[in-house]
Design a protein around this ligand. Structure first.
Ligand SMILES: *[C@@H]1O[C@H](CO)[C@@H](O)[C@H](O)[C@H]1NC(C)=O
Ligand SMILES: *[C@@H]1O[C@H](CO)[C@@H](O)[C@H](O)[C@H]1NC(C)=O
Ligand SMILES: *[C@@H]1O[C@H](CO)[C@@H](O)[C@H](O)[C@H]1NC(C)=O
Ligand SMILES: *[C@@H]1O[C@H](CO)[C@@H](O)[C@H](O)[C@H]1NC(C)=O
Ligand SMILES: *[C@@H]1O[C@H](CO)[C@@H](O)[C@H](O)[C@H]1NC(C)=O
Ligand SMILES: *[C@@H]1O[C@H](CO)[C@@H](O)[C@H](O)[C@H]1NC(C)=O
Length: 391
């Protein structure tokens, strides 16, 4: 017990020091006229970050949550067979045993707030945003609009932003300041890189299992998306309510999506070498809703399902297929979500609360005008009325 107390004291001291350092840093930055949060962050270009080396300084870990004790479950023959097929398809002998399974590769958190979901018994929606370290402005606009708690009461909405490591020391300090200011960033111990998005997703499954299991639904999004949260809560929630082990997303059906051999999504020829299409149902990953009962099973499946870097396929296809018994509901592109913000804005303008689109990829210029339009339609007084209209 004494040891525990000392550990706690050490941790508190560390937190104090980190906060103090960050505050000092912030003022010195402001003094230099850099204006961190007002400043437009540079476009996230994962590729440009590739060449930087990662160097995690010791002592920066504010909270190191131990990995959950390994459940030594014996896999059922069915699951073992599924994993065997995946291993044969992936045909990857380059990874060492630990790196092979994302669930084992996601180590300690570099930043985490274990209390993010603790101030309410039930959370309705936890929003998980995959974001790149440099995208400060995208995170801020999300905090100030569709993830802002007070906008949606009595519904309980929370947000957590998932980050990897950056080698940019200046940015790293800004991220610590952001963390101590908003308490809503979760940083994993892996390089923030396009090819590591699978790890980010698995970290999300893990974080929710550990720290936000009291949420009913998980909304996973990218940071360049706008969600009509009113529409989601007042209309789509009626459709999602009561369902278990379910995923709501733009669904790509199994054996239909081509495995590309060139370009950005190029899969090496020796991987899935006998297949032309992905043999799993999976989602467009930019907007995916899941029932939270799936989080722990998906995280556990990631302990035994080998790594595949295309995160949409791994997180929303392979892992659910290993878990089994998962139901997909198609919130189809151009019906319930869209990649074209003009379509979304048109739809909301013309149909108001009856517009069936709740999510869109969004340009920087369109973000605030569209959010103001939505807010105008769903003023608090009209909610109850609209809720009766729209089911
Ligand atoms: C952040 O979370 C910690 C742990 O729950 C808490 O002690 C601290 O007051 C929070 N800070 C802010 C700014 O909310
Ligand atoms: C590092 O981050 C800072 C703050 O975001 C930015 O101004 C600077 O351009 C970045 N440096 C590099 C080399 O990307
Ligand atoms: C993913 O993260 C790990 C751990 O930081 C790193 O070693 C690896 O290079 C990263 N992968 C890519 C493609 O950057
Ligand atoms: C597996 O990959 C190796 C190269 O790493 C290749 O020689 C072999 O043909 C591949 N097997 C299949 C079935 O694609
Ligand atoms: C999705 O869009 C379709 C077509 O616009 C609509 O009929 C359906 O009700 C929407 N789904 C939900 C769950 O609202
Ligand atoms: C928006 O609505 C107008 C009027 O109905 C239509 O003419 C236009 O083509 C629509 N634009 C898009 C991008 O859907």
């Amino acid at each position: 017990m004494a040891l525990r107390t000392i550990r706690k004291m050490k941790l508190n001291l560390l937190v104090t020091v980190v906060v103090a350092v960050n505050v000092l840093f912030f003022f010195s930055m402001s003094y230099q006229g850099i204006g961190i949060f007002a400043r437009r962050a540079q476009q996230a270009k994962y590729a440009q970050q590739n060449e930087h080396r990662i160097d995690v300084e010791s002592g920066k870990t504010r909270e190191s949550t131990p990995l959950p004790t390994q459940t030594v479950t014996t896999l059922s023959p069915v699951v073992r067979r599924k994993i065997q097929i995946i291993k044969e398809d992936l045909n990857d002998s380059s990874l060492t045993n630990d790196a092979y399974y994302p669930g084992k590769r996601v180590g300690k958190y570099i930043m985490v707030n274990p209390d993010l979901c603790r101030d309410a018994n039930k959370i309705d929606v936890i929003i998980i945003v995959h974001t790149a370290p440099a995208n400060l402005d995208k995170r801020q606009r999300i905090r100030d609009s569709f993830a802002k708690q007070s906008n949606f009461l009595p519904f309980q909405v929370r947000v957590a932003f998932l980050l990897g490591l950056t080698s940019n020391k200046t940015l790293e300090r800004v991220l610590w300041f952001e963390h101590t200011t908003y308490n809503d960033t979760v940083m994993g111990n892996f390089k923030d890189d396009y090819h590591n998005l699978t790890l980010k997703g698995v970290m999300g499954y893990r974080w929710i299992s550990e720290h936000c299991a009291n949420s009913r639904f998980v909304l996973k999004i990218d940071d360049d998306v706008l969600i009509n949260m009113y529409k989601l809560l007042y209309s789509f929630l009626n459709h999602m309510n009561g369902k278990r082990k379910s995923i709501f997303c733009n669904l790509w059906h199994k054996n239909t999506m081509p495995i590309l051999r060139t370009g950005k999504w190029r899969v090496d020829p020796h991987v899935f070498s006998h297949k032309q299409t992905f043999p799993y149902d999976y989602c467009s990953g930019f907007v995916v809703i899941m029932t939270s009962d799936l989080m722990r099973p998906l995280y556990e499946a990631a302990q035994t399902t080998p790594f595949f870097w295309i995160d949409d396929v791994y997180l929303f296809g392979m892992l659910p297929s290993v878990v089994g018994g998962v139901t997909y509901y198609n919130y189809a592109l151009d019906k319930n979500m869209t990649l074209n913000d003009k379509v979304a804005i048109n739809c909301t303008t013309q149909q108001g609360p009856r517009c069936p689109i709740f999510a869109t990829f969004i340009s920087n210029q369109a973000y605030w005008p569209y959010w103001e339009l939505i807010k105008g339609i769903y003023s608090p007084e009209s909610w109850n009325v609209e809720n009766k209209l729209v089911t």
